[in-house]
Ligand binder design. Sequence first.
Ligand code: MG
Length: 408
Amino acid sequence: MQKRLLVLGSTGSIGTQTLDLVASSQGELALAGIAARASWELVRDQVLAHGVPLVAMTDPEAAEALAPHLPQGTALFSGPDALLELVQAADFDICIHGVVGAAGLAASVAVLERSKTLALANKESLVLAGAELMQLAREKGTEIVPVDSEHSAIFQCLRGERLDRVRKVWLTASGGPFRTTPLAEMRNASPEQALAHPTWEMGKRISIGSATLLNKALEVIELHHLFGLDVDRIGVVVHPQSIVHSMVEFVDGSVIAQLGPPDMRGPIHFAIHHPDRAPAKLTGFDIGRFSKLTFEEPDFERFPTLGLGFRCVELGEDAGAVLNAADEVAVEAFLDGRLPFHGLYEVHAAVLAQRPRSFGSVDALLAADAKARELAHATIQAGAPYNMMSDSHSSNALPSKATPGTSQ
Ligand code: MG
C-alpha cells in the first residue's frame, strides 16, 4: 500500500534525502505535502518532480516568488503559521520532520494531535518538551519514531526487548572535527574549521554542534525522553568511523549494536517503513569501510558542553529547552564572527545557570526558550570573560556527579 509522506524541511539535509527515497520507491511512497523556509527554487523543482498537492513556505517573500511557478491546483501556505496550516490540511500517513531548531516544536505537537506517526529528526522537539510529547503520543495512540541516526539505532536494538533489562545505552559520537585538536588550538577555531565534519554531511547548526559536542549533549536529553533512561543508564563513546550508530548493553552483559555506513537515508527509510523492515538499495556490510572500528572515551575537559547534556537530564524542568535556545543564539553569533569558539560553551553554561525554571506545559517551555534567547544575547553582548574553558571544573553548571557513562 502506498504511504503518503508529509515532509517538513524538504530542502534541508533530511528533506532532500527523504525525497531521494520517494523518487526511488517506484510509487510506493508519495508526497502529501512539503514545507520549507525560504529556498523556493528548490521547492519549485521538488513540486515539479514529484507532483506535490500542498506546499508551505514560512518566509512570505519566498512564498511570493514561488507562487507563479506552481502547477494549477497546488495549494500554497505562506508565513509564520504555514507549517501548522499544512500539518492540519494534509492527508498523510507519516510526517518526516527535518526542520532545524526549536521552531519545529509546534509542528511536532500538531502531528501528534492528529494521531499521525511522527518520524522525528527535529531533536529539539524532544529536547524542549520531551515529557509532554511522549505523553501526547501515548494519549493519541500514536508513535514518535526517531530519525536521528543514534536513536534510530537504539530503537532498532531495543525492538522486542524489555527496557528494564537494559544495563546501559551507548550513544556513539564521531568526535567531530576537533576530536584530536589540542585545547589551545580549539579555543579560537574559525567557523570554516568547525564546519568541516569528518564523516557526516549535515546542516550548519548541527555541524557546529558536532564540533562542540552540543549535538551529543542534546542527543543525551533526547535519549532520556525517548526511552525513559536516566543518566546512570546513558553512556557516550567516541567512535570516529561513524559505522556503529549506537549500542545497547543488556543486564546479561550482551551488547547489541546497529551498524551501517554514515547515510541518513538508512534511518529515514527505517522510520518510514517501521514496524516493517522493508527492502532498500542501501549499502550494508562493507569490509573495506568496516575493517577498523575504534572507540575512545570522550574528553569532557575539551568538550565541557557534553557534560551539560547529562546535567540537563538531572535537572529536568526547562533545562533542555534553555540549553538548546542558548546554543541556537550562540551558534549564530559564532558563524557571524561575534563569538569565539570557546565562547559557545560559556554561553551554554552561563544561560543554563540562570534558567527561568518555566515548565509544566509546552507553552511554559516555549517561554523558557524565549527567555533563554534573551539571556544568551545579553551574555554575548556583554562579552563574557571567555576564559572559563581553561577552568571548566569550577563552573557550577557542570555535572554534579562524576562525569557519567564513560566507562564501566
Ligand atoms: Mg545524531
